[in-house]
Every structure is written in C-alpha cells, then in structure tokens.
Design a protein around this ligand. Sequence first.
Ligand code: UDX
Length: 439
Amino acid sequence: MQRIGIIGCGYVGLVTAACLADAGSSVLCADSDKRKIAKLKSEGVPFYEPGLDELVLKNHKAKRLRFTSSTTEVVKGSDIIFICVGTPSRSDGSADLTAVEKVATDIAHAMDAYKIIVEKSTVPAETGARIRKTIEMAGRGKTEFDVVSNPEFLREGQAIHDTMHPDRIVLGVESKRAEKTLRALYAPLRAPVIVCNIATAEIIKHACNSFLATKISFINAIARICELVDADVLKVAEAMGLDKRIGPAFLNAGAGYGGSCFPKDVDAFIHLADQKGYDFELAKAVRKINTDQRTLLLKKIEEVLWNVKGKTVAVLGLSFKPDTDDLRNSVALDVVRALQDLGALVRAYDPKAMPKAKTELKSVRFAKDAYDAAKGSHCLLLMTEWAEFRDLDLGRIHKLMQQPVIVDARNFFDPETVKVQGFTYRGIGRGASAPQPRR
Ligand code: UDX
C-alpha cells in the first residue's frame, strides 16, 4: 500500500487526505500553519464542510490519518506526495504560485528516494513542468521522481461525495510507472480514468471550471433579456436543461458565481491565454457578465426601495453558496458593502458563515436567525439559498418587517406565493412584471 503525503490542509488537501485514509491508505498531512495543525490534532476541522469533521476524527483516531508541521517528515515518510496548497489570484488575474514553488523546493531538499509528486491544486498549464524544473535544480538530480497532474473537481458542500464518487479521474503523467501507481490508488473508486500529459490535465481543470462559469453567465445574460420581454428564465432554463446536450445543471440564474474557484480559475485561464498570445474574449465576457450581476442587483434594490439611505436591509445568507462557511468572493459580502456605501443599515443572518463574516464586515447587525434579521427591515434580501430558508414562516416575516419587500438574488422563493402573502417581490429574470431598474 502506497504511503500518502498531503501538503496543504485546506478544503482540497484535508478532504483528499480523509477520503484516502478512509479507503485504507496511511496518510500524513503537513501544513505551514502550525495553529491549524494543532487544531487538527486536537479538535478537528477548522472550517465547515459537511461530514468532514467526522471523517477526519474517525481516521485520526484509527491512526490512518496523521498531522505534522514538518514537510520533510511528510516527504521522507511518503511514496506519493500531493501538493494541495493555495494558488490565489494576483491583482493581474494570474495565479500566485509561490506556495507551489516553495513546496516543490522543500520536497526536493527532503527527497531521499523515488517519489511521485502530485499536483492537486488548481494551477495554470505548464506549472507541472515548472515543478519538475524546480525539483531538478533544488534536488540536484540526487533521486528519481515523477510529477503527475491530478486535478480535483470538488464542490464545496459536497466535497466528500465528489471525492468518493468522481465523474472521472484525470491523470496527467510523464511515465508509465506513475500512471500505474496512480491508477492503483484510485482503482477502488471505479471511475473512468483519463490519462494524458501534464499540460493537458492542467487545461482540463481550467476548461471545466470556465465552462461551468460560462453556463452560469449565459443563463444570467438570458435572465437580463427575459426581464425585457416579460419571459421567465426558470422556464427557459428548465426547457434548455431537458436537452441532453445542454443538461440542467449550472443554469440557475442569480447573483452570479463566487467562491475560491470560478473567479480565480477564469482569471488565471484568461491570463495564461493572454501570456501565450490568445485573447480569450469568451472568458472575458463570462467574467464581465458575472461582475455586472452585482450592479444589477443593487439597481433592483434601489428601484424597489427608492432611497436606500437610512433604510434597513435584512440579508439572508453570507456564504458564497449553501452548505459552506466559505466567504471567498462571496457576492453577498460585496452587496452588503455596496448597500452600506449607499447608507443602508444591514442586518444579516447566515447558518454557518457568521463567525467568519464578523471578521470581514463592519457595522453589520448579526442576527440570531432569519426572523431576527427581518425585524424592522424595509427589504429582505435572499443572497444564499440555504435549505433552512425553505421553512420560513413568511406571514411572521411580513409582520416583523417595516414594509413587506423581498429581493430574491437566487430565485429561491416562488413569486406567486410571496405576492399572495402581500410582499412586493423582485427576482432575477422572472419576467418584466416589475418596472425595469433605471439604466
Ligand atoms: C466549483 C466546481 O463546481 C468544482 O468542480 C471545482 O472543483 C471547484 O469550483 P464550488 O466553487 O465549490 O465548485 O461551487 P459550485 O457549486 O460550483 O458553485 C460555484 C458558484 O456558482 C457559487 O457561487 C454558486 O452560487 C454559483 N452558481 C452555481 C450559480 O450561480 N448558478 C448555478 O447554477 C450554479
């Protein structure tokens, strides 16, 4: 059984580690954040991902999953080493790969036998080649090694499911030996395996995320047109999705995409293409449509509230999507700040993300539940479609608000139901039933 090393205990590293340990591998994880390692050794996972706490604790107790602050210990004690460190966006849209280079150098210095180094973090094409060069130079050729690109396709909130039940495994390899070893590691998952060279695997990841982002921006653009001709984007999306060539997923119009992946990956892909001399206009349009969604939402709120200054807006949901406490590139945070810039008073509630939101937002009244948030508000703004909001007693909300207005950034509510209950309703692409936001 191959000994597994994981460097970087974030969403990707920790989920990969826990799932491989649960499948029987011995896994040793390192992270440069000593506090995170201490917490993992004692209390569990430092972020919310459904089921991850239990999986980590179970495998840590069974000693299949161990934690250390020493990268050297991981390298010397592993046969396959996964690089799972962050690759955040820089201001020019390029991916910041300094952490990847640092890890590659540390691996080179610690390597004492043949190792397979797996690039798991999402990186631009040609990063694998850079990792090889770095290890060759820093390691001075003292031992043989292989680099593999094995991109993850995990959705936050469903990361364990997506790891255990992948649609496919992608292996970007440079040797039969590495291919054989990784095929054996993933064999129990019984998923289709795509084998290619490293650059192809790196492009696959960026292409997948950019295409998903394209679907979202496409339906958001259609929603804009629906509002001009009194059409309903939900019906459009439903009919489109029944075409097997299109499929229903990722056609939910709304406030646009956020998170730690789509914005970063689209930016990095555009930057890579630009660097190589191709103007990726399509991806630039996807990004612009997505950015414009925030402006559209603010215009809707202003249209329905008239003067925003001094008004109280109750925001339901702060995380970038449901079932996570992740606030990275959350549209909700941008909208809260923009509302405050317009002079609005903001009350907010999120089932999981408020502890983190308290360090990101100022002058927000954090509520204990949705009703507390709605108290005295002039507008209820649904930003993240948490399942618990399905059970809201709208009659009680109606009584608590100063005026019964709902702006629904995720088309979460049924317009007819809320209108019958006396609310003024605004959704995204739900027909021209409302006067158009001022241009
Ligand atoms: C995404 C990819 O799905 C995953 O395969 C990749 O590995 C990492 O990036 P994630 O960012 O966790 O996963 O969330 P996802 O569920 O894809 O949603 C991304 C964003 O798109 C969220 O802000 C969500 O609100 C938004 N979204 C999603 C829409 O606006 N409409 C949709 O129909 C779907």
